[in-house]
Ligand binder design. Structure first.
Ligand code: NDP
Ligand code: GUE
Length: 307
């Protein structure tokens, strides 16, 4: 049995995102020490312009992750009442700051700020989120530089779970710029960890169940709890649940995914839990992209040991 697969629940193997993310962080820490030997310390800047408590939590987690692997982090908070020009000026400053290798502008931004305009301002060489149109274009044309962290995390979970991606039928539920579209492009590209036949479903898809039932791999990123359940799945399917939905109040408050875990794990071959699946991988891939950005900007030609 694979290291990524820790336990069985129902019939499906449970893919342990925390364990795979810990292994990624370990290899990132090793790469950081190799960079340290040549005098390079990677730096990540997080920019928050929002009062959303979940965003504040995520940004804190990202800083903690950085500290664990030896990446320096800087956090900039912009008042939600401030004009967008203040956000844009902050991004420009970070673009020009040699101590900063990666810039993450936490989404969603406060209402009224033109998000695409903000993402376009990030220097594409520091765009560790992979959201700048230049990096989006490079992914789509099969010459990726920075690939968004969640799709990268999903791809790694699939390979760690022993899924043979080439030739497989992948159904992605959700077509957002953040997750669905870049994931579809990543798995559609040529390569040993790709070469999939990809179908992308969304809210206007006629008969979601018909698509899902034919898939070897189902990735759900819709933000709709219970959207995919066991009845829709084929018995050999691997299910990756990207959704993060907070349900309940007070002591009953918890996170659930977009997949009905109970029924899906009775049918599927393997499944990711929420929490503990894709979320930790998203954060781990951010660290990896930051180290890559640092090596590229320092123009050091050393083997980072990252793949
Ligand atoms: N684990 C992680 O690391 C991350 C988790 N997330 C989570 O993943 C989920 C998706 O995020 P994101 O991509 O940003 O979300 P968006 O809201 O931007 O996109 C949701 C997508 O799902 C589609 N959709 C909505 N309802 C249905 C439906 N009934 N049937 C089929 N498709 C549907 C939408 O279709 P249409 O385009 O037609 O509106 C849209 O394409 C959220 O729960 C988010 O919190 C996000 C990022 C990282
Ligand atoms: N510029 C930008 N880049 C992003 O990558 C980005 C973003 N904005 N905005 C919001 C989404 C969401 N996202 C998550 C990251 C980690 C977890 C995560 O670690 N989740 C844990 C649980 C966390 C908890 O306990 O709250 C888990 O699933 O186990 C979840 C969601 C990144 N996003």
């Amino acid at each position: 049995m694979n290291e990524a697969i820790q336990e069985r629940s129902g019939r499906a193997d449970v893919i342990d995102g925390e364990a795979v993310a810990a292994a990624v962080r370990e290899s990132v820490a090793e790469a950081v020490s190799r960079l340290d030997e040549v005098g390079v310390t990677p730096g990540l800047a997080t920019v928050l312009m929002s009062d959303d408590p979940a965003s504040e939590t995520y940004v804190r987690m990202k800083q903690r992750d950085c500290a664990e692997v030896g990446i320096e982090s800087r956090h900039v908070e912009i008042d939600t009442d401030a004009p967008a020009s203040e956000l844009f000026a902050t991004i420009e400053e970070l673009n020009d700051d040699p101590a900063i290798d990666g810039i993450l502008v936490q989404r969603p931004l406060t209402e009224g700020v033109d998000e695409p305009a903000a993402l376009r301002r990030v220097d594409p060489r520091k765009d560790v989120d992979g959201f700048h149109p230049e990096n989006v274009g490079r992914l789509v044309t099969g010459d990726p530089r920075f690939v968004p962290c969640t799709p990268l995390g999903v791809q790694r979970l699939l390979t760690e779970a022993g899924v043979e991606i080439p030739g497989s039928d992948v159904v992605v539920v959700g077509r957002s710029e953040l997750v669905g579209k870049p994931l579809a492009n990543l798995l559609l590209n040529r390569g040993d960890d790709a070469d999939a036949t990809v179908t992308v479903c969304h809210s206007k898809t006629d008969d979601l169940a018909a698509h899902v039932s034919r898939a070897d791999v189902v990735v759900v990123a819709a933000g709709v709890p219970g959207l995919v359940d066991g009845e829709m799945l084929s018995a050999d399917a691997t299910v990756i649940d990207v959704g993060i939905n907070a349900v309940g109040e007070g002591d009953d408050r918890k996170l659930i995914g977009d997949v009905d875990y109970e029924s899906a794990s009775e049918v599927a071959r393997a499944i990711t839990p929420v929490p503990g699946g894709v979320g930790p991988m998203t954060r781990a891939m951010l660290l990896k992209n930051t180290v890559t950005a640092a090596a590229n900007q320092a123009a050091v030609d050393i083997d980072l040991g990252l793949d």
